[in-house]
Design a protein around this ligand. Structure first.
Ligand SMILES: NC(=O)c1ccc[n+]([C@@H]2O[C@H](COP(=O)([O-])OP(=O)(O)OC[C@H]3O[C@@H](n4cnc5c(N)ncnc54)[C@H](OP(=O)(O)O)[C@@H]3O)[C@@H](O)[C@H]2O)c1
Length: 315
């Protein structure tokens, strides 16, 4: 199909971009061609994408010229940055600027920027409920993204702002699943109190992005939030018990205890979970399950995700 429009996918070897590559490559309509951008075209993941039909192109988010070259001739661009790799607001925002400028100079017709909320809209820095981090942010990995959205608009880049949420796949990719207790039972310990937390199967992020590219002009200029289900910690634990055949309960640590866990970025994530709890209504309102199922009717529920991925979850 020589006339297929190209989607240039950043993060193609990772969770979000990888799921979009899967969605494009597995799409029975085959409307788009997949261009996977990576710093390392020789990696096993890149080779596997090539084997499945993706075009592999080198590009580095820290190098605008490399992105301009990588976006050449593409109809669409999926932009995602990887804050946890470097924990720097300035670097993540510069990467976002590089994406926007490269998309502008290569005349991309539709960009999806994977952003998150600027929590300043809910919680001023002067609010004493949680510490201000890095000199000016309550939730650096989220604020960094939300506060740079305007660059896409300022440059006149036709952009959809995609608000993702907690990946359920974190259970097996970064060990955020049920933790085994000394008595043989399991616990989920996110500091979210009684709040319901939006979550999503990573595979559905890519499917939603593909549906947004299909919508084209109708989606440009919009913030679109996605989630498979909004669940409390107790509901997730109950579903883990049933779906994984374990005795799992919800035993939240405090946000303060989470901030002090000692790993890099723990304070940012402790604040994030506290924001999920204290600004539950606002956070959930921007991530509609209905919108998600309008884009992807078969988007997975947590039960369905557990059934599909249970073998990957370390217990
Ligand atoms: N975990 C969650 O629940 C969650 C929820 C919402 C949002 N997020 C956000 O998601 C983002 C991370 O996305 P992800 O989970 O898809 O990441 P991931 O699975 O860790 O993969 C990172 C991807 O980014 C690419 N990458 C990193 N630095 C690059 C650079 N300088 N140039 C080009 N490519 C680069 C990597 O490609 P190569 O190594 O092949 O170059 C890889 O494909 C973070 O910013 C995080 O805040 C996470």
């Amino acid at each position: 199909m020589p006339d297929r429009r190209i989607i240039a996918v950043l993060g193609a070897t990772g969770s979000q971009g990888g799921s979009l590559c899967d969605a494009i490559l597995d799409d029975p309509q085959g409307a788009f061609a997949c261009r996977a951008i990576t710093r390392n075209p020789g990696s096993d993941k890149a080779k596997e994408l090539a084997r499945r039909g993706a075009e592999i192109v080198a590009g580095d988010l820290d190098d605008e010229a490399s992105l301009t070259a990588a976006f050449a001739g593409a109809y669409g661009v999926y932009g995602v940055t990887n804050y946890p790799e470097f924990l720097s607001v300035e670097r993540e925002q510069q990467q976002a600027v590089n994406i926007a400028r490269a998309a502008k100079s290569s005349s991309a017709a539709h960009v999806i920027w994977s952003t998150l909320d600027d929590t300043d809209q809910w919680l001023p820095l002067s609010d004493p409920r949680m510490p201000t981090l890095m000199g000016g942010y309550k939730c650096p990995h989220s604020d960094a993204k939300g506060q740079i959205d305007h660059v896409f608009t300022d440059l006149g880049v036709p952009t959809t702002f995609l608000l993702t949420c907690f990946y359920w796949d974190n259970f097996y990719t970064i060990g955020w699943g049920p933790k085994k207790c000394e008595d043989g039972t399991y616990a989920l310990d996110f500091p979210i109190g009684n709040a319901r937390m939006p979550g999503i199967a990573v595979e559905d992020i890519g499917k939603c992005a593909l549906a947004i590219f299909r919508q084209g002009a109708d989606a440009i200029g919009r913030h679109i939030g996605i989630s498979g289900e909004h669940l409390s910690g107790a509901e997730m634990a109950e579903k883990c018990s049933a779906g994984l055949g374990i005795d799992c309960r919800f035993a939240p640590v405090t946000a303060e205890a989470y901030r002090n866990l000692g790993f890099p970025g723990a304070d940012d994530l402790g604040n994030m979970f506290q924001i999920f709890e204290e600004f539950e209504e606002q956070y959930r309102a921007s991530r509609s399950m209905e919108t998600t199922r309008t884009l992807v009717p078969g988007a997975l529920t947590f039960d369905q995700w557990l059934a599909k991925y249970r073998e990957r979850i370390p217990l």
